[in-house]
Ligand binder design. Structure first.
Ligand SMILES: [Zn+2]
Length: 52
């Protein structure tokens, strides 16, 4: 699972496709999760979780 902000969601989707070669699943985090999670690629608050 990759947690990412709005800016990096496309990058995260590409990474999942490259690594797992399956269609990625994107879920929006709950308000509580957003507050305690930061993006993997920058220091912004994460908005989405991308997995497969
Ligand atoms: Zn980011």
């Amino acid at each position: 699972m990759i947690y990412c902000c709005k800016e990096h969601v496309e990058l995260a989707l590409d990474v999942v496709v490259d690594e797992y070669e399956t269609a990625p699943v994107m879920m929006e985090l709950t308000e509580e999760q957003k507050l305690s999670t930061s993006c993997e690629y920058c220091s912004e608050q994460a908005i989405y979780m991308v997995g497969n």
